[in-house]
Design a protein around this ligand. Sequence first.
Ligand SMILES: *Cc1c(COP(=O)(O)O)cnc(C)c1O
Length: 457
Amino acid sequence: MIDISLQQDQFEVVPTLVQPTLVEVLKSRVKADLAREAQLPLIHTLPIEHMLQAHLDTLDPESEDAEAENAFYVADLGEVYRQHLRWKALLPRIEPFFAMKCNPDPMVMRLLASLGTGFDCASKNEILSVLEMGVDPSRIIYANPCKQNSFVKYAYNNNVRMMTFDNAEELHKIKRFHPNAQLVLRILTDDSKSLCKLGLKFGAPLNTTGFLLATAQELGLDVIGVSFHVGSGCFDANAFGEAVIRARRVFDQAKDYGFDFKFLDVGGGFPSAHVTEGITFEKVAAILGSTVDALFGPEVRVIAEPGRYYVGSAFTLATQVIARRTISRDPAELMSMEQNENPTHMYYINDGMYGSFNCIMFDHQICEPKVLLKDGGFTYQQPLISEPHGLASVWGPTCDSIDCISSKARLPLMETGDWFYFENMGAYTITAASQFNGFRKSEILYTTTEQNVSLHF
Ligand SMILES: *Cc1c(COP(=O)(O)O)cnc(C)c1O
């Protein structure tokens, strides 16, 4: 007898036989969606502020329950929904394919799947998790120009046809493992106006596209269009317009090789909702939308691969001060404290660079601690103006000195047990968090500040 501790109705047949086949039986017979359904976390309908407060209220400082005082996220699915509506309003022609590497949160994924977005996947597991939600394979673009053989076979076996390439070797690989793929030529664009310069790694320079198209033609492969990525965290809206112009050149060039392109993928790089100065989504949409319309007729299908755009502003992280160190100073230094711009305290919190704050290293983010709970008082979005502030540094919990979240933050004096919060922590945070030094990834509590979201679950 094998206890698989899943409910019976999640199976067509409950496997009771030989152990070695159990895995296969489970794989083929679990209705993945049902199984997941049973495990869906609760979605609240409270404002973020109340979510944070409600969770902090459950904490008992005398308790030995270490889990209770862990850092945690509040995810607002309503914000993801609003971003979707905003996209539809400002870029109605361009179909969003969510770049799931940015935050593959199962609830965000389900919401977007139900809203009808496509998905940009880069690996077998990413494709698998999208298919498991019941999303049709035609709503997936395998947007990794350099794929592992077995993953290409997997895409073939699961009818995922759209995929990108930027080199000739990849074409030979695809010929071998997925000869009827719908190929999208990823071209190199100017990514110098972006925080994360993806052009270092991917994208065919325009002086190679002729050769690549000729190779595809010889191999009898179907190239349907062009993709690009201006770089993640792009801070110049013109980069999108210039990239579309380049794509147009490759569309024209493709005719010489017998291709009639009908597909344009304008990639990711769209700013998150909290970006209200400099490059905003409105500015990008205005330039991108009009350039696309000017250069591409209605017969061309246009998609994009936004990641950060959808989730950046939807997640708030709360962390506890687990320790504080007062930096000792000699009296002379203290005398000149006014001019002294060195931190006087070091705060250690329970999530760090190896966890959610990996975005500081990998995504060039600046994370600003704000006071959430101090002396038992809840201070979400209420700056403590009346209290004296000093300079402090804020550190993660691991034993590595790279684990620094802020080297100079102006903060009131905090005690161990007080809490900070960090806004706009939805993009490239939890997705790349590790368990280094035995620290767990922060848990996520869900809410929606848009009633309509409940219709989608
Ligand atoms: C990372 C990535 C994206 C998403 O980029 P954002 O800046 O988060 O929008 C889209 N497409 C590809 C191919 C990527 O690698």
